[in-house]
Write a protein that binds this ligand. Structure first.
Ligand code: FO1
Length: 450
């Protein structure tokens, strides 16, 4: 690939209008970073070839999928860093308040935009926003997949059944797409613009500009890069054999940065290739970072019910329905789960990890969701509870990875039928004894006891 172009398979033309003079505007949403961002690169290359300036705009939605004020504080803190880094390139950053369809068309007219570029997301809210905006603009509108290494639409044209069927399709294309990013540090002549009203932004959605929960990671592209460096130096080595041990400290802790797009998965994968670690560790990390993460985008792209019980495969739904009337020896509602008030110390520790750190260790996340299935009045209620808790408390929630995590645990998505048992039917079962075989359950419970 030439040094100043973006692979056309990464780019989808959402609105085909004649080429028009005027600034090329990147409507940033999912990929909230300046470096290693294919959508920004595409906008800049196009601007430079048309001898036009580039600009970036972010539309702040008042309520996003159950996000808490703290999630918004994390996001806005990262966006302030984006604004400063864009400043160094002479690229203005604009912040609009309210529904994109109401604010973006007027803004684009105001600055005489000639092209609109946005980044790819399979989520329904993102699709709704883009089709609404498409109705009210008359300039070319491109969507660039800046989140996936192999563009989602290229990896597969249909919903995949499992990692087993998806992995070969990804692997076959990594040669084309797992490549170094072109640099584009040319500074453009900046054009006059009012700075974003950050005070209003923090006050309106983030409950003011207070500090983040102290167990949360620091927000922003720089902190994300530092986190990657630390993980590659200390955690990646044991990633293969300690990945299922929540006490081993080998988790990358990159998922909040990947969710908010403050770091590029492609950059993480490229750096892991350079790391001096056993091949098994690198492969285990690539499996999570590339295959599993892109499989969740695939599920959300091709299954509109990705965040609901209606989306799970027929074999699982039939089996869960067959066992819907089995006795539940414990029953909890969303508020008891949220407050970690179950009878099970291990489950409560996982919920407290979620409340304190904004994430649950991968292995425990499966146990956490599967026990919600076991202790809810119905499988559908369990699904809704798990999605609601994950979206409300997880820093990396409101993300395809989170929805697929729940759908796998409760609905057998990307998994296969197991031997039938009460309540779970043929959905894979997990219990505390299984956890105890993997790691020191007592020390995990101690770590999250209050
Ligand atoms: N994206 C936006 O474009 N505007 C928002 O106001 C916004 C809020 C938000 C809050 C929490 C959160 O986890 C993500 C949020 N996002 C927002 C980014 C969001 O990750 C992506 O735009 C969607 O997930 C599409 O993938």
């Amino acid at each position: 690939m030439a040094h100043n172009t973006v692979d056309p398979r990464r780019v989808e033309l959402l609105l085909d209008r004649p080429d028009t003079e005027g600034p090329v505007v990147y409507w940033m949403s999912r990929d909230q970073r300046v470096r290693h961002n294919w959508a920004l690169l595409f906008a800049r290359f196009r601007a430079q070839s048309m001898r036009q300036p580039a600009a970036v705009v972010f539309t702040l939605a008042p309520s996003f999928a159950g996000a808490s004020p703290a999630h918004y504080r994390f996001m806005l803190t990262g966006l302030r860093e984006v604004e400063k880094d864009l400043e160094k390139l002479g690229i203005p950053f604009f912040l609009l308040f309210g529904e994109p369809a109401e604010t973006l068309p007027g803004f684009l007219d105001e600055i005489g935009a000639g092209t609109l570029v946005t980044d790819y997301s399979p989520l329904n809210i993102s699709r709704r926003w883009k089709s609404a905006v498409s109705q009210s603009i008359v300039i070319r509108f491109f969507e660039v997949d800046a989140h996936n290494i192999v563009p989602c639409r290229t990896a597969s044209g249909k919903q995949e059944f499992a990692a087993r069927t998806f992995r070969p399709k990804i692997t076959a294309l990594l040669g084309d797409f797992l490549t170094p990013f072109p640099e584009n540090n040319l500074r453009q002549a900046s054009f006059p613009h009012a700075p974003p009203d950050w005070i209003r932004a923090f006050d309106s959605v983030a409950g003011g500009s207070g500090s983040l929960p102290d167990a949360w990671p620091e927000s922003g592209e720089k902190a994300a890069g530092a986190r990657l460096g630390t993980f590659l130096a200390n955690g990646l080595r044991n990633y293969a054999d300690k990945r299922n041990d929540p006490n081993a400290g080998t988790v990358s802790h990159l998922s909040p940065y990947l969710h908010f797009g403050q770091i590029s998965a492609q950059e993480c994968a490229l750096c892991a290739l350079e790391a001096d670690v056993p091949a098994t560790s690198r492969q285990a990390f690539h499996e999570e970072l590339i295959v599993r993460r892109e499989l969740s985008d695939n599920y959300c792209r091709y299954n509109r019910h990705y965040d609901s019980y209606a989306g799970i495969p027929a074999w699982a739904r039939e089996s869960l329905e067959k066992h819907a009337l089995d006795a539940r020896y414990h029953l909890y509602g969303e508020s008891e789960f949220a407050a970690a008030l179950t009878h099970d110390g291990l489950w409560n520790a996982a919920q407290r990890e979620l409340l304190a750190t904004g994430t649950i260790h991968g292995y425990m996340r499966m146990y956490w969701a599967k026990k919600i299935l076991e202790w809810s009045a119905s499988p559908e209620e369990a699904f809704n509870t798990a999605v609601a808790l994950n979206d409300r408390y997880a820093l990396d929630g409101r993300d395809p990875n989170g929805y697929v995590g729940v759908a796998w645990s409760i609905g057998g998505v990307h998994d296969r039928p197991w031997f039938e048992r009460p309540v779970f039917g043929k959905v894979r079962y997990m219990n505390a004894a299984g956890c105890a075989r993997k790691f020191d359950v007592k020390s995990y419970i101690r770590r999250f006891s209050s």
